[in-house]
Design a protein around this ligand. Structure first.
Ligand SMILES: Cc1cc2nc3c(=O)[nH]c(=O)nc-3n(C[C@H](O)[C@H](O)[C@H](O)COP(=O)(O)OP(=O)(O)OC[C@H]3O[C@@H](n4cnc5c(N)ncnc54)[C@H](O)[C@@H]3O)c2cc1C
Length: 393
């Protein structure tokens, strides 16, 4: 049975998160270290320190790692509260790509890898990067993967070029996807590798100029130049990279929805405040039906998005993989929340496009959400294929 009530303990935790974000994190939104390429590591580390002091760091981690051991629904409630500021998830160490990377590493690392590459990320001492997308290869279709790896029985040698790699500069834990060529020792195919970001052969070519600025250190173009890794760098089994990436993507695309729901709700709050006080033609703008309908459409969309997220979470909490549901949620929520934020800009009039309020930043940051972890069209392509395959009741 689906139950929409939030246990008191979880509601109290969400309230704590909301207060932390409001009182401690929001003042940093005007910090000059929040640059066009995202929060610098210095800013990120300061925020992480604040969350650590408040007992709110990496709360999504399993209890064995000091987290709250949240269910998927529990995560939805907490991440929405964290997302009230785009810097909230950065502070609490539940932002992309670290959050998804921690989830994946928690599933497939061995003990040694886990201590070296996962624990420091969970503890907030280092960041991680996930390198899959390529300028001329893997993208919406990962099977176009071009980055290659050879293996001589001792070492892997990786060559290739990636772009849009979030947080690459300064990340210490790297997950790299490359195609293992045929060799005499291990099965070939798309494979994940795990290594230290300081390893020779990882070349950060440049940080890309993008519309968004909510991810630590922005997004980079990266080259692997004869990157040589020992056998221990193998993450899981060879040839299984797409399966592992799916493990990461289904929950990761939902957590994006949760965080952005928080940000869009904040934009709505700001728009409502403005509509209550700003006047035109003899009344508050909120009293004009054209404005009240925009706010009503927002409220309806926020509610629908929350229900869609919670339903997918409920499926996963009940043991389902939830691939289809999380895919539907990602495509619906990313499109709807973008429209919500766009309407908030409209309600705010001219200041909507200025940095007088955070709505402009939320709007620009949210645009990317329709692209990463699967563009809307790719999700619809998968959903459509599933619909056509499944017999109608
Ligand atoms: C802010 C941001 C952060 C990112 N961070 C990372 C990261 O850390 N690591 C990483 O590896 N990647 C990252 N990415 C890359 C992201 O995963 C890709 O952008 C995404 O997978 C789409 O691939 P692409 O950009 O190559 O688009 P393309 O594959 O070139 O697709 C372009 C467009 O074609 C259309 N299209 C493609 N296939 C279909 C289809 N089957 N049906 C209909 N239309 C289709 C869609 O409209 C799509 O937007 C990030 C992207 C963004 C925007």
């Amino acid at each position: 049975m689906i139950d929409f009530s939030i246990p008191e303990e979880l509601a109290a935790k969400a309230q704590r998160v909301r207060e932390f974000v409001t009182e401690t994190v929001i003042p940093y939104e005007r910090d000059p270290r929040l640059t066009a390429h995202g929060p610098t590591d210095e800013l990120r580390n300061e925020l992480v320190g604040k969350a650590r002091d408040a007992g709110l760091l990496t709360v999504q981690a399993p209890e064995s790692y000091g987290g709250w051991g949240l269910s998927h629904i529990g995560q939805a409630v907490i991440f929405e509260a964290a997302g009230w500021s785009t810097l909230g998830p950065i502070a609490m160490n539940c932002a992309a790509p670290d959050e998804g990377n921690m989830f994946l590493l928690g599933k497939i690392t061995n003990q040694e890898q886990s201590e070296r590459f996962l624990r420091p990320v969970i503890e907030g001492h280092q960041r991680s990067a996930f390198a899959m997308t390529e300028p001329d290869g893997a993208g919406s279709d990962p099977s176009q993967l071009k980055t290659s790896a050879t293996f001589d029985g001792q070492n892997f040698v990786i060559n290739g070029r990636k772009w849009l790699i979030t947080g690459a500069r300064g990340a210490k834990t790297w997950i790299i996807m490359a195609n293992l060529e045929a060799n005499d020792h291990l099965p070939e195919g798309p494979t994940l590798f795990l290594c230290d970001g300081d390893t020779e052969g990882i070349v950060i070519e440049r940080i890309m100029n993008t519309m968004d600025r909510n991810y630590a250190e922005g997004h980079a173009v990266v080259r692997f130049d004869n990157l040589t890794l020992p056998r221990e760098a193998l993450l899981g089994e060879t040839g299984q990279a797409f399966r592992y990436a799916q493990l990461r993507l289904a929950p990761a695309r939902l957590t994006h929805c949760m965080r952005w729901l928080g940000a869009a709700s904040r934009a709505q709050d700001i728009a409502v405040d403005y509509a209550r006080t700003r006047t035109s033609f003899g009344k508050t703008i909120g009293e004009h039906q054209g404005v009240s309908f925009m706010l009503a459409d927002n409220e309806i969309a926020l509610h629908q998005c929350r229900l869609t997220i919670w339903h997918a979470c409920w499926m996963m909490d009940n043991g389902a993989k939830g691939r289809h549901e999380s895919s539907m949620a990602k495509s619906f929520v990313s499109e709807e929340l973008f429209k919500v934020t766009d309407r908030c800009v409209q309600v705010l009039g001219g200041i909507g496009i200025s940095d007088e309020t955070p709505v402009e930043m939320i709007f620009r940051d949210m645009r990317a959400f329709r692209l990463y972890d699967g563009p809307t069209e790719v999700h619809k392509y998968a959903i459509g294929r599933q619909v056509l395959r499944t017999p109608r009741a």
